[in-house]
Design a protein around this ligand. Structure first.
Ligand SMILES: [Ca+2]
Ligand SMILES: [Ca+2]
Length: 274
C-alpha cells in the first residue's frame, strides 16, 4: 500500500476517534436507550446469558463503582418495556440498609422538587418487601400503590460475578412497563427523552456514600438527573467496543510502521556504486 494512502487512512481513523470523543463529552449525562430483541432479558439479578446485556448502551461518565445499562423491548409492537442493569462493583455484603433507586421524570420538566409526573422506585434490603414506589407531590415524595408487581415493575438482585467484573458484587435488574400511563415518556418535551437517575448505597461503606448516575445528584431534585434518549433501533455496530478498538489498532500500527521502518537506500542517495 502506498504511503500516501496509509497516511490518509491514519488521518481518517484519528478523525473518527476525535469525533467520538467530542460527541461523548458533549453529552456527558445522556444515555441512548436502544431497542433490544423481545425476550432478551430475564429479570433474575445476573447475566442470564453471556449476551444478555451486550446490546444495551452503557451510561457515560459513570462513577467507577457502578455499571449502568438500559435498553427497551417492544413485545407484540404494543408495550414499551424498559430494562435496567446496575452492577455495584464495590458492594458484596447483604445488609438491610443497602438500597437501590431508579428515578424517572417522564415529562422531563425537571424542577427542584418532585412533580406529580415523577416516579421513584426504591428497593431496600435486597428483598421484594423493600420495594416501594413513590410519586412526586410538588414538594417531596408520597408513597404510591397504584401498580402491580410483575406487570408494571419487576426487580431482582443477586451477589455474583459478571463478565464486566468477575469479583462477586450486587447485580440488580429492573423491568418497568412504560406503557403504563404513569411511566409513559412520550409526552416529554422531546418525546421519549425523560430524565432518569440511578443510585445505590452500601450500608457497610458509609464513607463511600450514595453512588449515583449522574454522580452527586439527589432523588429530590429532578433538574439534576440525566437524560435517556429513546431510539427505535438496535444499537449500531459502530458504537460497540470492537470497531473503536480496531480503528485504534490500525492507527497505531500505521504509526509504528512509519516510525520504525529502515530507510530505503535509494531515498537517501547512498549505497550506489556507479
Ligand atoms: Ca438477567
Ligand atoms: Ca417531572
Amino acid at each position: 500500500m502506498k504511503r500516501s494512502i496509509l497516511v490518509a487512512f491514519a488521518m481518517v481513523a484519528a478523525c473518527i476517534l476525535s469525533l467520538q470523543t467530542c460527541l461523548a463529552s458533549a453529552q456527558t449525562y445522556l444515555l441512548t436507550n436502544y431497542l433490544g430483541p423481545t425476550g432478551g432479558v430475564t429479570v433474575d439479578g445476573k447475566w442470564t446469558s453471556a449476551s444478555e446485556w451486550t446490546d444495551a448502551m452503557t451510561a457515560p461518565s459513570l462513577p467507577s463503582s457502578i455499571l449502568f445499562r438500559e435498553k427497551w423491548e417492544y413485545p407484540g409492537t404494543t408495550n414499551i418495556v424498559e430494562y435496567v442493569l446496575v452492577e455495584f462493583y464495590t458492594d458484596n455484603t447483604n445488609t438491610t440498609g443497602d438500597f437501590f433507586q431508579y428515578c424517572l421524570d417522564p415529562l422531563a420538566n425537571g424542577g427542584s422538587a418532585p412533580q406529580a409526573d415523577d416516579v421513584l422506585i426504591n428497593y431496600t434490603g435486597h428483598n421484594r418487601s423493600g420495594l416501594t414506589l413513590y410519586k412526586g407531590n410538588g414538594t417531596g415524595w408520597a408513597r404510591w400503590t397504584g401498580w402491580t408487581y410483575g406487570t408494571d415493575v419487576a426487580i431482582a438482585d443477586s451477589r455474583t460475578g459478571s463478565q464486566m467484573n468477575a469479583t462477586s458484587h450486587w447485580i440488580i435488574e429492573l423491568m418497568m412497563d412504560r406503557s403504563n400511563p404513569n411511566f409513559d415518556t412520550s409526552g416529554a418535551s422531546t418525546a421519549y427523552q425523560p430524565l432518569i437517575r440511578v443510585a445505590v448505597y452500601d450500608q457497610n461503606n458509609t464513607s463511600q456514600g450514595v453512588q449515583s448516575w449522574p454522580p452527586s445528584t439527589s432523588q429530590n431534585a429532578p433538574s439534576t438527573w440525566g437524560t435517556e434518549s429513546g431510539q427505535y433501533a438496535a444499537i449500531p455496530e459502530s458504537l460497540t467496543i470492537l470497531p473503536i478498538t480496531l480503528i485504534s489498532f490500525i492507527a497505531v500500527a500505521v504509526s509504528i510502521y512509519f516510525f520504525h521502518r529502515k530507510p530505503r537506500a535509494k531515498n537517501l542517495g547512498i549505497g550506489r556504486i556507479d
